[in-house]
Design a protein around this ligand. Structure first.
Ligand code: GDP
Ligand code: MG
Length: 180
């Protein structure tokens, strides 16, 4: 039987096109895909994280379509088994940043006061010449919701292992801490 200390489920949320599917592929150790392949419905990948003091089985759920579609399709049900939500916007797309507050409102409705780990990723940080959301602005938003903020690039694999490990370690700390 497969052995691990904790099982963690993460949900990726953000507008269409911000890079959720590419980030999920990076989390799973797969190469970057330049061509946009629209996600159909929902998709998930499983990965292990093995550290000297922690082994975790991690399920990463990727969602498709825009927020309105997701809410209409009852993504709250998918959310129920998740201990962490990774919110993603595109630093070169102002609209994807503005829409985060709607995503958070959905999440707040779903979680109903239950503990939840939130992490904010500003993706496509490699598109420096096209950036329209500053790191300072994103950081201030993240702090107001008590989340960590990381700038990532799925294209160049910047900060994604960090984001993944942070999420898993933080959730493992909470789960194991609660059992101790
Ligand atoms: P999703 O709709 O949120 O799942 O977005 P995708 O993962 O399908 O990515 C949408 C498009 O953005 C694709 O053409 C990707 O190649 C591109 N993309 C994703 N991440 C990055 C990134 O970090 N940098 C750049 N330059 N392009 C990216
Ligand atoms: Mg996708």
């Amino acid at each position: 039987m497969e052995e691990y200390d904790v099982m963690v489920r993460l949900l990726l949320l953000g507008e269409a096109g911000v890079g959720k599917s590419c980030i999920m592929q990076r989390f799973a150790g797969e190469p970057f895909q330049e061509a946009h392949v629209p996600t159909i419905g929902v998709d998930f990948k499983t990965r292990r994280l093995d550290k000297p003091k922690l082994s975790a089985k991690v399920q990463i759920w990727d969602t498709a379509g825009n927020r309105r579609y997701r809410v209409g399709c009852g993504f709250g049900g998918l959310f129920r088994g998740c201990q962490g939500v990774i919110l993603i916007f595109d630093v070169s797309d102002r609209e994807s940043f503005n829409n985060l507050r709607h995503c958070i409102r959905d999440v707040e409705g779903w979680r109903q006061g239950e503990p939840l780990m939130l992490l904010l990723l500003g993706n496509k940080a490699d598109r420096a010449a096209y950036r329209v959301v500053s790191a300072e602005e994103a950081l201030a938003f993240a702090e107001s919701w008590n989340m960590l903020y990381l700038e990532t690039s799925a294209k160049h694999n910047w900060n994604l292992q960090e984001a993944f490990e942070h999420s898993v370690e933080e959730l493992a700390r909470r789960q194991l801490g609660a059992c101790a």
